[in-house]
Design a protein around this ligand. Structure first.
Ligand code: NDP
Ligand code: 2IT
Length: 444
C-alpha cells in the first residue's frame, strides 16, 4: 500500500463518523501521491502526512445564551486550529445548524492549502457553531455572539488565530464578536477580519471572494482562448460569495440567469437584477423566492435542480456537496464548459471526476475562492500598519493574487504531466509551501 493510502486508512479509522473530513483528505492525498512517490522515504521518516492530517488543536465549548422568550439556549462552539506552519491560524466561522466537528475539520484542512496558495503568511483554521441565525432577532444574534466570544477570546489574537466570516456569519456577526473581544481582552487589534469600515475593516473584503472567483475564471478562459463576454452563467447560492460573483461576472459581460437558496432557485432569462437580490438578501434577510414576485419574466422553482438551466459557466457558491454526478451530467449535456467552485467542496468527488472526464475545465474551491481569505490577510496587513488602503489598491492586489494562483496551480499540474488538472495542481502547489515550512521547523 502506498504511503498516501496508508495515511488515508488511518484517518478513516481514527476519525470515525467524519465523512466530510475523510472526503477532503482523500482528494488531497490522491493528488499528492505523485509528489510523495518521488520522495517517499524522506516524507515517511518525518511522518509528514500523519502530521498534516492531524489538527494542531481543536477547541470545543458550550455556548449558553438567552432567547427573546427568556429561555436559556445552549449551542456547541468550536475552533479547529489546523496548521500554523506558514502563519497564524486563519479561516472563517460558520453558524449553521449542520455544523459539527467533521465539517469544521474538512474546512480547516482545505484552508491550510488555500491559504498557502495565496502566497501570504497565514496558517489554516476554521470554527463555528450549530447556532442557526435564521429567524433570530438582532438581540438574540448579539447575545449568542457575545457568549461565543467570551469563550473563544481565550484562544485567538492578532498574531495567534484570526477568524472571519463564512456561512451565517457576515458583517453584523463580526461586529458583535469584535465588540465582545475588545471588551473582554481590552485589546483593539486585528483579531477578526471582515470588520466594518469604521472599525478596521478593509475596502473590498465584502466583495473579495466573489470577485476573486471571477478573476480566476477569467484567467482560465484567457488561457483557453476564450472570454466571459456574452457567456451565460448560473451561480448557486445567494449569499456573500454568490452576490459578488454575479456582480463581477456581469461587469465582465456575462449574463447570469439563475441563483438559489436552500429552498429553491430563480431563473431570469433577462439577466439577474442584482439590486433586487441585494435588497432581499442583504437588507431584508428574506428568501430568493421573493425575486420572482418582484421581477417580471422571472420564475421560481421550489427545491433543488438549478443545474437543469442551460449555461456555459456554472459557479457553485452555496455549500459542500451541493453538486452531484447527475447534476454534472446534465450540465455536460447542456454544453457547460466551465465549473469554478466559489463554495468549499461544493462538488462531490465523483461529480468532480465526471466533469473533468467530460472535458469541463474545473477550478477547485481552494484556489478559486481564495480571494476572500487573501483579502482578509490584506486587512490584517492594514491593521498592523494602522493604515487603510483605497479600494483600487486592494482590488488590484486581489486581482494579482488570483492571477498568481492560476499560474501556480497550472504550473504545478504541468510539472507532473497533469495539464488542465487544476484539482491536482492546487493540492500540489498548496502542499509544497506548507511542507517546506513544516520540515524547516522540525518535529512540532
Ligand atoms: P452565506 O451565508 O452568505 O450564503 C450562503 C448561501 O448558500 C445562502 O444563499 C444559502 O441559502 C445557500 N445555501 C446554504 N446551504 C444550502 C443548501 N444546502 N442548498 C442550497 N443553498 C444553500 O455564506 P457565504 O456566501 O459566505 O458562503 C458560501 C460558500 O462559500 C460556503 O461554502 C463558504 O464556506 C464558502 N466561502 C466563503 C467565503 C467568504 O468570504 N464568505 C470565502 C471562501 C469560501 P439559505 O439562506 O437558504 O441558507
Ligand atoms: O472559506 C474561507 O476561505 C472563508 N470563509 C474566509 C476566511 C477568512 O479568513 O477570510
Amino acid at each position: 500500500m502506498s504511503y498516501t493510502e496508508e495515511v488515508y486508512e488511518r484517518v478513516v479509522a481514527q476519525n470515525p463518523g467524519e465523512p466530510e473530513f475523510h472526503q477532503a483528505v482523500k482528494e488531497v492525498l490522491d493528488s499528492l501521491k505523485v509528489v510523495i512517490d518521488r520522495n517517499e522515504e524522506k516524507y515517511r521518516s518525518l511522518s509528514i502526512l500523519e502530521r498534516l492530517v492531524e489538527p494542531e488543536r481543536i477547541i470545543s465549548f458550550r455556548v449558553p445564551w438567552v432567547d427573546d422568550n427568556g429561555t436559556v439556549q445552549v449551542n456547541k462552539g468550536y475552533r479547529v486550529q489546523f496548521n500554523s506552519a506558514i502563519g497564524p491560524y486563519k479561516g472563517g466561522l460558520r453558524f449553521h445548524p449542520t455544523v459539527n466537528q467533521s465539517i469544521l475539520k474538512f474546512l480547516g484542512f482545505e484552508q491550510v492549502f488555500k491559504n498557502s496558495l495565496t502566497g501570504l503568511p497565514i496558517g489554516g483554521g476554521k470554527g463555528g457553531s450549530n447556532f442557526n441565525p435564521k429567524g433570530k432577532s438582532d438581540r438574540e444574534v448579539m447575545a449568542f455572539c457575545q457568549s461565543f466570544m467570551t469563550e473563544l477570546c481565550k484562544y485567538i489574537g492578532a498574531d495567534t488565530d484570526v477568524p472571519a466570516g463564512d456561512i451565517g456569519v457576515g458583517g453584523r456577526e463580526i461586529g458583535y464578536l469584535f465588540g465582545q473581544y475588545k471588551r473582554v481582552r481590552d485589546l483593539y487589534e486585528g483579531v477578526l477580519t471582515g470588520k466594518g469600515l469604521t472599525y478596521g475593516g478593509s475596502l473590498i473584503r465584502t466583495e473579495a471572494t466573489g470577485y476573486g472567483v471571477v478573476y480566476i475564471l477569467n484567467e482560465l478562459m484567457k488561457d483557453h482562448n476564450d472570454s466571459l463576454n456574452g457567456k451565460t452563467v448560473v451561480v448557486t447560492g445567494s449569499g456573500n460569495v454568490a452576490i459578488y460573483a454575479v456582480q463581477k461576472a456581469t461587469q465582465l459581460g456575462a449574463k447570469v440567469v439563475a441563483m438559489c437558496d436552500s429552498n429553491g432557485y430563480i431563473y431570469d432569462p433577462n439577466g439577474i437584477n442584482l439590486d433586487v437580490v441585494k435588497d432581499i438578501k442583504e437588507v431584508k434577510r428574506g428568501r430568493i423566492k421573493e425575486y420572482a414576485d418582484r421581477v417580471e419574466g422571472a420564475t421560481y422553482t421550489e427545491g433543488v435542480g438549478i443545474w437543469n438551466i442551460k449555461c456555459d459557466v456554472y459557479l457553485p457558491c452555496a455549500t459542500q456537496n451541493e453538486l452531484d454526478v447527475d447534476g454534472v451530467k446534465t450540465l455536460v449535456a447542456n454544453g457547460c464548459k466551465y465549473i469554478v467552485e466559489g463554495a468549499n467542496m461544493p462538488t462531490t468527488r465523483e461529480a468532480t471526476e465526471c466533469a473533468m472526464d467530460n472535458g469541463i475545465l474545473f477550478l477547485p474551491g481552494k484556489a478559486a475562492n481564495a480571494g476572500g481569505v487573501a483579502t482578509s490577510a490584506l486587512e490584517m496587513s492594514q491593521n498592523s500598519q494602522r493604515l487603510s488602503w483605497t479600494s483600487e489598491e486592494v482590488d488590484a492586489k486581489l486581482h494579482q493574487i488570483m492571477v498568481d494562483i492560476y499560474a501556480k496551480i497550472s504550473d504545478a499540474a504541468k510539472r507532473y504531466d497533469l495539464t488542465d488538472n487544476y484539482v491536482a495542481g492546487a493540492n500540489i502547489a498548496g502542499f509544497e509551501k506548507v511542507v517546506d515550512a513544516m520540515i524547516a521547523q522540525g518535529i512540532v
